[in-house]
Design a protein around this ligand. Structure first.
Ligand SMILES: C[S@@+](CC[C@H](N)C(=O)[O-])C[C@H]1O[C@@H](n2cnc3c(N)ncnc32)[C@H](O)[C@@H]1O
Length: 378
């Protein structure tokens, strides 16, 4: 079915009967909601009809004098972005004399938006029918229509995050630029989405961490990335200073750009390179340390504990943990930090402030953050 037929049939009734007729047409499934209603004469209105509407039964169903009109249809842009995406693809297919079968049903219902860039999920365009479309010489026009239907200017495919040290993004660009700059909860982020990942899914955790009052605190972000936590801690948490450790040059570029855009660059020191080395220079300086690496940040537990001031502080420990082992992991982590404190000659009491369940990472595996408090023995 053509989603944009050039003409449509309208049921023309007196405007005073409009409300009633609108309701009856809707109930009957005869109202074409994506076509604009027309004013016929000042006191008459024409309601667009679906293909199901039976002309000979119109008047009987509506119960008021009705006349039929066939004229040019003005199409409404659907509010639902998935419907807009479908319309854009159908229009391109019919313009190029191609069948919609095997294509429209694979269009995604969810995607990630990073400013003007929309990333479609991997697999969205990898079926055999889609691979044929992707080889079409005019495929750029399709990407443009799809991007514009989603109110974006760039389009890409989000392949799974690489399992490398950088946790690199594996975005495949279809249209436009991977350089993004966008506002999220009052913070501007800026980076190259084809080089670095951005976990939009961790939004609740970013807000929780940003919501903690860090006034006067020196904080270490051991895996800073483009500033997912560094920036909320500076902008919303009001940290006095953040030491951001990061190994990926592309993330560092993004972090520095965003720090300037948010006006917090004076309160940020970036430590470039492997945190196994950079954390050595940060012994005893921090009130708080953020350990945001999955599946585990364990390699830096000892260095981050050593980075806390002699007066102690808080560690935010990210980890992927199987649901049934959560309690055991929590207790084991406290014991481990207590043991590390003894090894480091720190007379401390280690306790748990909070266990945050961020999201499901895989079936039965949760991404959690344990807030561990380290206090000197009185
Ligand atoms: C998963 S990303 C950060 C994600 C962010 N914490 C979040 O949850 O959205 C982890 C970051 O740590 C960096 N990284 C990994 N190993 C590192 C290391 N040994 N030293 C410094 N940075 C490292 C990666 O380059 C990446 O930018």
């Amino acid at each position: 079915m053509d989603p944009h037929p050039p003409v449509a049939r309208f049921a023309v009734v007196q405007r005073t009967n409009g409300g009633r007729v609108h309701r009856s047409l809707k109930t009957q499934g005869w109202l074409a909601s994506r076509i604009e209603t027309v004013t016929v004469e000042p006191d008459h209105v024409g309601f667009p009809l679906t293909e199901a509407a039976e002309e000979e039964r119109l008047e009987a169903v509506l119960g008021v004098p009705t006349r039929l009109l066939v004229q040019e249809a003005m199409h409404r842009d659907p509010v639902d972005p998935h419907a807009r995406l479908q319309n854009a693809v159908s229009a391109w297919l019919s313009e190029h004399g191609m069948e919609a079968e095997g294509l429209l049903e694979h269009l995604p219902k969810k995607w990630e938006r990073l400013g003007d860039l929309v990333l479609l999920p991997a697999g969205a365009t990898s079926t055999p029918a889609w691979l044929g479309v992707r080889r079409h010489p005019d495929v750029q026009a399709l990407w443009m229509a799809m991007a514009s239907s989603l109110q974006a200017t760039s389009l890409g495919i989000q392949n799974p995050i690489a399992n490398d040290t950088y946790r690199s993004s594996q975005v495949e660009m279809l249209l436009g630029t991977p350089s993004v700059c966008f506002l999220d909860h009052g913070i501007t982020y800026a980076f190259d989405a084809s080089k670095v990942m951005f976990s939009s899914g961790n939004v609740t955790e970013r807000r929780r961490i940003g919501g903690l009052d860090m006034t006067g605190e020196t904080v270490i972000d051991a895996y800073a990335g483009v500033g997912y936590y560094t920036l909320p801690m500076l902008v919303h948490g009001n940290a006095r200073h953040v030491h951001a450790c990061e190994i990926n040059p592309a993330s560092i570029t993004g972090l520095r750009t965003a720090a300037k855009l948010n006006g917090v660059e004076q309160r940020l020191t970036v430590h470039e390179g492997d945190n196994a080395e950079t954390l050595q220079a940060l012994k005893g300086v921090a009130d708080r340390c953020h350990l945001g690496l999955l599946p585990s940040s364990e390699p830096v537990w000892a260095a981050c504990l050593a980075a806390l001031k002699p007066t102690g502080g808080v560690l935010h420990v990210h980890m992927n943990v199987e649901e049934e082992h959560l309690e055991a992991w929590k207790n084991g982590t406290v014991e481990r930090f207590q043991h590390l404190a003894e090894i480091q000659g720190r007379r401390a009491v280690v306790t748990v402030d909070h266990l945050e369940k961020v999201k499901w990472f895989a079936p039965r595996v949760r991404h959690v953050v344990l807030d561990v408090r380290v206090q000197p023995v009185p």
